[in-house]
Structure formats: structure tokens, C-alpha cells
Design a protein around this ligand. Structure first.
Ligand SMILES: [Zn+2]
Length: 164
């Protein structure tokens, strides 16, 4: 039984997407809209989940990237909120990141759609059922990652997603 390993693989893609998204967000958040959109696309493409999960992954990696900036500014650089301009800066910082996190979420949706579309062109379509060669084994394509599985599989042998 190697099911936990498969689920770890799926979890690993989420973690990797989250980390890549956070890092790209941290660097590119200075670029309005396009930067966080790119970080979300990266997160969604790496994780290869549905658009809904892609949105949250993109948004959460944006939140992590924003927290990293807050840590850098207010802890490492010890920025004090002791003047009108420092409060104004904080206000802009929060607004800027709130908008950017939404764009990172939208990027996550686009990235997961892109990952799904690439799968459509590179392999059999998700959910497709076909006969494999001379054997009569029927294969079912995983709707989540595109791997062909024996019909009797309940879970995908690659990513652990449930196959109907
Ligand atoms: Zn799968």
C-alpha cells in the first residue's frame, strides 16, 4: 500500500507551488498587478490543482510574500510608526498588498487552468476511458493530473486524487 506516498506527492506539489509563489510575489510585488499575477500563475501551474484550489494557493502565497515584506520592513529594518508619513506608508503598504494578493489569487486560477490545458494537449483528456493495446484492461485518465489508471483504481496512482 503506497497510497500515503502518492498523497505526499500531491502535497509536495502544493508546498512547492506555495513556496515558488511566495518567493516570486516577494520579488515582483513591486511591479503593479503583473508581478503578483505572475507569482499566482507560477503557484497554480506547479500545484496543478483545480481553479478553486489555485485561487487559494495563489492568494496564500501572496499573503506569505506580504508577511515577508512586513517582517523585512518592520522587524529587520525596524521601521517605526512615529510620523504621519510612516502611517501613510503603512496604509499604502496594506492597500498595495491587499490588491496584489487578489491578483495573485487570479493568477493562481489562470495557472491551474494553464496546467490543465497543457495536459489536454500533451496527453489523453481527463476522464477519458480507453482500451490499452491488446490487453483488455480499461484505463481511466485522472481528472486531476492526467495519469492513466487501471479502471479498478479508486485513487490515482500518481497524485492520489479520487477517480470516479
Ligand atoms: Zn492523478
Amino acid at each position: 500500500m503506497n497510497l500515503p506516498v502518492m498523497n505526499l506527492k500531491s502535497l509536495g506539489r502544493n508546498v512547492l507551488g506555495f513556496l515558488a509563489g511566495s518567493l516570486i510575489y516577494f520579488i515582483l510585488v513591486l511591479l503593479p498587478f503583473a508581478g503578483p499575477l505572475l507569482s499566482g500563475i507560477a503557484a497554480g501551474r506547479i500545484a496543478k490543482k483545480g481553479p478553486g484550489a489555485g485561487f487559494f494557493l495563489g492568494a496564500f502565497s501572496g499573503i506569505a510574500g506580504a508577511c515577508l515584506w512586513a517582517y523585512l520592513l518592520f522587524i529587520v529594518l525596524d521601521l517605526r510608526l512615529d510620523s504621519f508619513f510612516s502611517w501613510l506608508f503603512l496604509f499604502i503598504f496594506v492597500l498595495w498588498n491587499a490588491a496584489s494578493i487578489i491578483f495573485a489569487g487570479i493568477g493562481g486560477v489562470l495557472g491551474s487552468i494553464a496546467a490543465g490545458t497543457e495536459r489536454l494537449f500533451s496527453g489523453p483528456s481527463p476522464g477519458a476511458v480507453y482500451e490499452s493495446g491488446e490487453s483488455v484492461m480499461t484505463l481511466v485518465v485522472c481528472p486531476d493530473c492526467g495519469t492513466a489508471n487501471p479502471e479498478e483504481n479508486i485513487m490515482c496512482s500518481s497524485c492520489g486524487a479520487k477517480i470516479d
